[in-house]
Design a protein around this ligand. Structure first.
Ligand code: ARG
Length: 265
């Protein structure tokens, strides 16, 4: 295991004020205190595992900014800013870009196309998997190849409940991922089969608690506590599941991975 650096945004302004994915219901309010406790426990989990956590200041009026994974994509010190599909989240893009500029990142690229950062873009170590269909524009492939100099595998997402790639697939380590087959089309499943030597298929019940919205450091896998079947599958594959309860964030369609942006210097 290698120590990782993550960026997180405190849930100070987190609420469900609008509905832009099927998980969000403005009639089902967030318990703010519980959300704060869950978020702090997630941060404490990363610190206890030996990882570094950087913090971006939350901006009032941006209730989804807590989902830092959507804020950018950072590979080899190069940063591609996010551009959001929905007007409700648009102002998060510049807020995250500002953080990167102020934090001394040099290769900071303004987004030309809609892309929701690591929510849809997964760096495998040798390529980028790019989900599209609900949020990120499929055309972002060209920008990714240009900026990061990596091959891009485009994957169409087929089920609105799994609207971001990080709700349908979790990279566990080199050549190994867990995924929910029903969230992809035939071409996507075939592309994934050719990219990975081992693919763990996740059951409906684990996908439905957003179990795949997990963060692996190559050994520990921080995943939603409710995804018990997935935890067992991960353990059988030689990884160590680290359950966290992020139930309040699921009300907005998020989990531990959504709250976490990996910084790869
Ligand atoms: N409510 C947010 C949205 O719909 C949730 C974002 C979850 N983030 C993620 N990386 N999947 O945009």
């Amino acid at each position: 295991m290698q120590a990782r650096s993550y960026l997180m945004c405190p849930p100070e302004h987190f609420r469900v004020e609008y509905a832009i994915n099927p998980w969000m219901n403005t009639g089902d309010p967030v318990d703010r205190q519980l959300a704060t406790r869950q978020w702090r426990a997630l941060r404490a989990t990363y610190l206890a595992l030996g990882h570094r956590v950087e913090i971006i200041d939350p901006v009032p009026g941006l209730p989804d900014m807590v989902f830092a994974a959507n804020g950018a994509t950072v590979i080899g010190g190069a940063v591609l800013g996010a551009r959001f599909r929905h007007a409700e989240r648009a102002a998060e893009g510049p807020a995250y870009l500002d953080w990167f500029r102020r934090s001394g990142y040099r290769a900071v690229h303004e987004p030309r196309r809609v892309n929701e950062g690591e929510g849809d873009l997964v760096y495998t170590g040798s390529a980028i998997l790019a989900g599209h269909g609900f949020r990120t524009d499929a055309c972002v492939q060209n920008d990714l190849e240009e900026i990061f100099g990596l091959p891009v595998i485009s994957l169409r997402l087929a089920d609105p409940r799994y609207y971001h790639l990080d709700t349908a697939l979790c990279l566990l380590g080199p050549g190994i991922a867990a995924y929910y087959p029903a969230a992809f089309d035939d071409a996507g499943r075939a592309a994934l089969a050719s990219q990975f030597t081992e693919l763990i298929e996740v059951k409906d019940t684990d996908a439905e608690v957003l179990g795949l919205n997990a963060v692996s450091d190559g050994h520990h896998v921080v995943l939603p506590a409710q995804a018990q079947g997935l935890a067992a599958q991960i353990a059988a594959a030689g990884f160590e599941p680290v359950p966290v309860d992020m139930s309040e964030f699921r009300k907005a369609g998020g989990g531990p991975k959504c709250c976490t942006l990996e910084l790869r210097p």
